[in-house]
Design a protein around this ligand. Structure first.
Ligand code: SAM
Ligand code: SF4
Length: 333
């Protein structure tokens, strides 16, 4: 590996974390992400091949990228994902690979992904209630997600985390049961504030169940939560442990307590665009470069340019905020 200068933006933030979407397609229809019918998927030929992703990651790793997260859409619907995991793990400099999935196909795929070296997994699960799961995802797949989590536990995945999107007037009955579920299994629940990234423009500030609200609900059940003393300051989640020492929970307070100042992430969409923020309007194309025989130096140039162009932070809480043209499933959460 050469000692190329790392990816540092105009505000001094080091970028060593790349989130890679491998598809914009999904097998369920969470209302805060996808439309009910006819999602606008990009043409299949625009989706980066595994070889193209691998090449970009090689260049990114030379620039100091160490952590990868595979996401989507639903990454497990991409065939042979284990091949990609194996190839990415072998890239010099890559130290950590994680996957974010809705878990529907996990029971079937967990073993091959484990064999490919995957250990860290985030499973998206907002509720343990079958009816509410159906309301949220417009599909009846709760049992498969739960089976997927159990399959990962049996195989020895760790850490397993649960991503739970917190929508007000909907998931209040789920906050405490999810925490019990996590504590019983040594799984951290990460409650994620509802963000303005849904395809149907349903987001409204009044529909954000806030981190403070949820902390209050958990404290009423378990006693006051304590901030985790050794939490990574650059991680998006604010983590707390339960007073009795059994387990921890995390919050992604994007709306009420933005954590942009510590951001170390860039994103690659399934169709090969670089984004310096979930909420970015501007994107930079790498697919065209990858497919026109561009050199590694040219790929390095666009990675650097994207990081250099990064803003200080999103402006959800300002009148200037403009929601990005792509919804969550087309960005890669
Ligand atoms: N399909 C996989 C899944 O659901 O985990 C991976 C992609 S999904 C876009 C990544 C994460 O985005 C999900 O785990 C979910 O927690 C989160 N998410 C989706 N829409 C959201 C929204 N409008 N606000 C907050 N989080 C959202
Ligand atoms: Fe699919 Fe994930 Fe979006 Fe839900 S949040 S619709 S599982 S991509």
């Amino acid at each position: 590996m050469s000692a190329a200068a790392p990816l540092i933006d105009g505000f001094g933030r080091l970028h060593d974390n790349l989130r890679i979407s491998v598809t914009d397609r999904c097998n369920i229809r969470c209302f805060y992400c996808m439309p009910d019918a006819d999602p606008k998927y990009g043409p299949r030929e625009e989706v980066l091949t595994f070889e193209e992703i691998e090449r970009l990651v090689r260049v990114a790793a030379r620039l100091g990228v160490r952590k990868l997260r595979i996401t989507g859409g639903e990454p497990l619907i991409r065939r042979n994902l284990a091949h990609l995991i194996r190839a990415l793990r072998a890239i010099p400099g890559i130290e950590d690979i994680a996957l974010t999935t809705n878990g529907v196909l996990l029971a079937e795929r967990a073993a091959e992904l484990y064999d490919a070296g995957l250990r860290r997994i985030n499973v998206h699960l907002d509720t343990l209630d079958r009816e509410r799961f159906r309301t949220i995802t417009r599909r009846d797949e709760l049992h498969r997600v739960l089976e997927g989590v159990e399959a990962c536990r049996r195989l020895g995945y760790g850490p397993i985390k649960i991503n739970a999107v917190a929508v007000k007037n909907l998931v209040e009955p789920d906050i405490v049961p999810l925490a019990h579920y996590g504590r019983e299994r040594d799984i951290e629940i990460r409650y994620i504030e509802f963000m303005p990234l849904d395809a149907q423009g349903l987001w409204d500030r009044d529909r954000v169940l806030t981190t403070d609200d949820m902390l209050g609900m958990l404290a009423a059940e378990f006693g006051p939560l304590e901030p985790l003393p050794d939490a990574d300051p650059r991680a998006p989640a604010t983590e707390y442990r339960f007073a009795d020492g059994v387990g921890s929970v995390g919050f992604i307070p994007t709306v009420t307590k933005p954590f942009c100042l510590n951001c170390n992430r860039i994103r690659l969409t399934a169709d090969g665009k670089l984004r310096y923020c979930l909420f970015a309007i501007e994107e930079m194309d790498v697919r065209g470069l990858l497919r026109s025989g561009a050199s590694d130096d040219a790929l390095e140039g666009v990675l650097r340019a994207n990081v250099r162009a990064k803003w200080l932070g999103h402006e959800i809480n300002s009148a200037r905020f403009v929601a990005p043209p792509r919804p969550m499933y087309a960005i890669g959460g």
